[in-house]
Design a protein around this ligand. Structure first.
Ligand code: PGA
Length: 245
């Protein structure tokens, strides 16, 4: 079981420090906890969380090693600032920054070349689900976003229906189970049934719904946005994951 916090562009640094101190004081030995922080927080959070059982990651990286890319950061920069992994292909980046699966694939390559683990996000919009295209959209995203020779080691997938992110609307257990089955099949075809990377669910996960989400077949954890900004809520989600592990 993996529980990952996606802080997005939150919170203020003083609040982030308080939150990190709370996370460091909590212990969940049976699960893996991950924290995706805003880039300027990588160094202070890595320092504050030294020795804590928590992996720290960036929320994006550029596909190039270096160069004239104002405002971007490279995978090596993330690693040098304390990240051991990176979140890539989040729907907010796909939508607001025009990231195609082809660009995401180049980013995954760059991240893996720097020995960063990768959490790849996939998920359909509401219109795509209403059009009964959800599964095909996710299959296409997976196939185009995972580079041809990318190994399964260090790769994690987060299935996040776009319409469930930050809305309080969670996909139904049947839809989640069906999509996780589809994702697992695509990955099994590529890597073999014994090497399917973990598949997390994301989208309005909170302290109240976590336990039932973790009981869905093939759900290997959660990517948590809003609720990860509250130390108690995040701890409750981690407890639910640990109980399900
Ligand atoms: P949410 O965000 O938990 O606030 O819905 C999840 C995400 O975007 O990763």
């Amino acid at each position: 079981m993996i529980v990952a916090a996606n802080w997005k562009m939150n919170p203020a640094l003083d609040q982030a420090s308080i939150l990190a101190t709370a996370l460091a004081s909590q212990s969940f030995p049976q699960i893996k906890r991950i924290l995706f922080v805003p880039h300027p927080y990588l160094v202070p959070m890595s320092v504050r969380l030294t020795g804590a059982a928590l992996e720290i990651g960036g929320q994006d990286c550029h596909f190039a090693d270096h160069g004239a890319f104002t405002g971007d950061v490279s995978a090596a920069m993330l690693r040098d600032c304390g990240a051991s992994l990176v979140l890539l292909g989040h729907s907010e980046r796909r939508a607001a920054h025009g990231e195609t699966s082809d660009i995401v694939a180049q980013k995954i390559k760059a991240a893996m070349a720097q020995n960063l683990d990768v959490m790849l996000c996939v998920g359909e919009t509401k219109a795509e689900r209403d059009d009964k295209k959800a599964e095909q959209v996710v299959i296409d995203q997976l196939q185009a976003s995972i580079p041809e020779h990318a190994p399964p080691t260090g790769l994690m997938i987060a299935y996040e229906p776009v319409w469930a992110i930050g809305t309080g609307a969670v996909a139904s257990p049947d839809d989640i189970a069906a999509m996780h089955h589809v994702i697992a099949s695509v990955l099994a075809e590529r890597y073999g049934a014994n090497h399917v990377p973990p598949i997390l669910y994301g989208g309005s996960v909170n302290a109240d719904n976590a336990a039932s989400l973790f009981s869905i077949p093939l759900v290997g954890g959660a990517l948590v946005g809003g609720a990860s900004l509250d130390a108690d809520a995040f701890a409750a989600i981690c407890t639910a994951a640990q109980d399900a592990a």
